[in-house]
Design a protein around this ligand. Sequence first.
Ligand SMILES: [Zn+2]
Length: 294
Amino acid sequence: MKLISDEIRSGKILVSDGAWGTFLQQKGLQPGECPESWNLERPDDVLDIARSYVDAGADMIETNSFGGSSFKLAPYGFGDRVFEINRAAAQISRKAAGPDKHVLGSMGPTGKMIVMGDVTFEELYAAFKEQALALEAGGADALVIETMSDLEEARAAVKACADNTSCEVICTLTFEKSHENTYHTMMGVTPAQMTAEIVNAGASVIGANCGNGIQNMIGIVKEIRSVNKQIPILIHANAGAPLYKDGRTLFPESPEQMAGFVNELVGAGANIIGGCCGTTPEHIRQIVGIIRKK
Ligand SMILES: [Zn+2]
């Protein structure tokens, strides 16, 4: 299979998939239930999500393994089943993707902070290595480290993936917009700071995910491009900033609204566009419609 970064360098704009977490909730995932346990207990429901994004026209799909590190699985009693759960996650997505589309093994934050003394860099590295090896064994050809806010944790994950697997390594952080119209993660990292550190650590695609909607991603992409003209950029935007109504979380941006910003985002320098929380197969279908017209 071609490397995603090579496809980008040949001039292609690619489309990624949409939300998994909010999709699992729609399918009945309960508060307090371990999302990744569905890879073993409800694989057909997970496969259905993966297939819906393939059917929508995505060039790549993720895996149901965002919380698949030992640190995240342990509180559910699955700390000793990291390999089994992550391998199953990748197998399910590979089954939906077939041999030609990319499978991106999803790896989220551990919830442990080096700066708080919760954990060491080496312990994070070991946990991400364990998860990455299982995702590769299940058929992932790329790994996407996402929703990171701490640069050291992101570096540990990127290095663990790059050192120990032959998967392509993608890393996205989650940025918020400040009142001064600057962007930074919860831990204060700017897109420009991320760019140098994460590329040096071994990522071949970088970018941003989650956050406050696709329009804010334009400024983030411009900031990355101001310090690096070449690195392929992946954007997984939420369907707008979440709203809380009657005890439920709603994401306000329609597929049409999101698709309306795609050309501007590509113009700013984004190479791969998909969705995060609240996005659906219809959001992806409409993004595909815009990209394929180019
Ligand atoms: Zn999200």
